[in-house]
Design a binder for this molecule. Structure first.
Ligand code: SF4
Length: 374
């Protein structure tokens, strides 16, 4: 089982309560960004390019608790920046555990061994360790040689101490499906609870603008990777979201399902775009022009997006929206290995050689990213 039964029950009962209350827009996971500072400078990141005075800012624990209480989502993801660089991260996590929120603390793990004493193992706390593939692929993606070995060492330490640990992998154009599948084997052998996946989003602030995936290529790549699954692989994602990535399902974007709160306030409309901020969660819901977003909207910023922060809540909604959705989720979780001969053949296709380690350039290369909206 990729997540504890108590967590599944908490989420399922929460979603059913929202449905019974007739709420059309409800949050499932709060994306809480307590800072933007980081100890890496990944080429595909759009979060660390703020000016120094913004990068110095931290959300206080009280601001974090207010946002969590106001939002009411049962799960809180803490990305950044690197949350372990926040001077009060131990206090923030302790306060959220006391509120019985299921927390995914997203970290590159460079500081995890050093800071692990700040935390106590709990069913409410999971370290979601950023690993973008096998050693060479990960070090290339995070622009840091040795990053993979440090992260894997930290995962071992966290598991030894009894913490829940998942991996969190972003895949860009040029990812080698065979290598990604070998990476899944490595992570399962390492003992992580489950794996999260997302295609990279084409942040206009990211230094490397060449390797973001269009929708058609995203589906093809995930079909090759996720078909013919090994039964040992556990994913910490909705099975219907994985089917969405493979091109087996289509969903509209529901960005209110994973709202973002950071040092600027409640970000409109989602974790990826910044079309203004609201002071409160209810103001975010009431004042965002939601129809301007999502692939169907015609908004070019959304044209190639398939990321979990826009579409995983849609997949969870689909699970509880009909008996068919529920049965498809059960089948995807327990039974289906997604046999697909064409996908097996795709694994044998040649892939481009891995580039040398990316060095961060000072200028951004703006290229058209709207490969396809199909
Ligand atoms: S499609 Fe992607 S970028 Fe657009 S609103 Fe949804 S999550 Fe944000």
């Amino acid at each position: 089982m990729p997540v504890p039964v108590s967590q599944m029950w908490t989420v399922a009962s929460y979603v059913l309560r929202q449905k019974l209350a007739g709420r059309k827009q409800y949050p499932l996971v709060l994306m809480l960004e307590p800072l933007f500072r980081c100890n890496l400078a990944c080429a595909g990141c759009g979060k660390i390019q703020y000016p120094a005075h913004i990068l110095k800012k931290d959300l206080s624990p009280e601001e974090c608790f207010r946002a969590v209480d106001e939002c009411g989502a049962p799960m809180v993801s803490i990305p950044g920046g690197e949350p372990l660089m926040h001077p009060q991260i131990g206090e923030i996590v302790e306060g959220l555990v006391a509120r019985k929120k299921y927390i995914y603390l997203c970290t590159n793990a460079l500081l995890l061994k050093e800071k692990i004493g700040l935390f106590k193992p709990s069913k409410y706390l999971t370290f979601s360790v950023h690993l973008d593939g096998q050693r060479e692929e990960h070090d290339l993606a995070v622009c840091r040689e040795g990053g993979y070995d440090i992260a894997v060492d930290a995962v071992r330490e966290a598991l030894k101490r009894g913490f829940r640990v998942t991996t969190n992998t972003t895949l860009f154009d040029g990812a080698n499906p065979k290598s990604v599948r070998a990476f899944f084997d490595e992570m399962m052998e390492l003992g992580v609870e489950g794996m999260m996946l997302s295609p990279g989003y084409s942040y206009d602030k990211a230094p490397d603008q060449k390797h973001f995936l269009g929708r058609a290529r995203t589906r093809r790549m995930f079909r090759a990777i996720l078909s013919n699954r090994k039964k040992e692989w556990q994913f910490n994602l909705s099975p219907l979201f994985l089917e969405f990535l493979m091109g087996k399902k289509t969903y509209p974007c529901t960005p209110w399902g994973m709202p973002t709160y950071n040092v600027f306030g409640w970000q409109k409309p989602c974790y990826l775009l910044q079309d203004g901020y609201a002071e409160t969660f209810s103001e975010l819901l009431a004042t965002t022009e939601w129809s301007k977003y999502g692939t169907e909207s015609g908004n070019p910023a959304c044209a190639n997006c398939m990321v979990h922060s826009g579409y995983e809540a849609s997949a969870v909604h689909a699970t509880f929206n009909s008996l068919g959705g529920f049965l498809a989720t059960v089948k995807g979780t327990l039974f289906s290995r997604y046999r697909d001969d064409e996908a097996l053949r795709m694994l044998e296709e040649p892939v481009a050689a891995v580039n040398p380690l990316v060095q961060i350039a000072a200028t951004h290369q703006a290229e058209s990213l709207q490969e396809t909206r199909v």
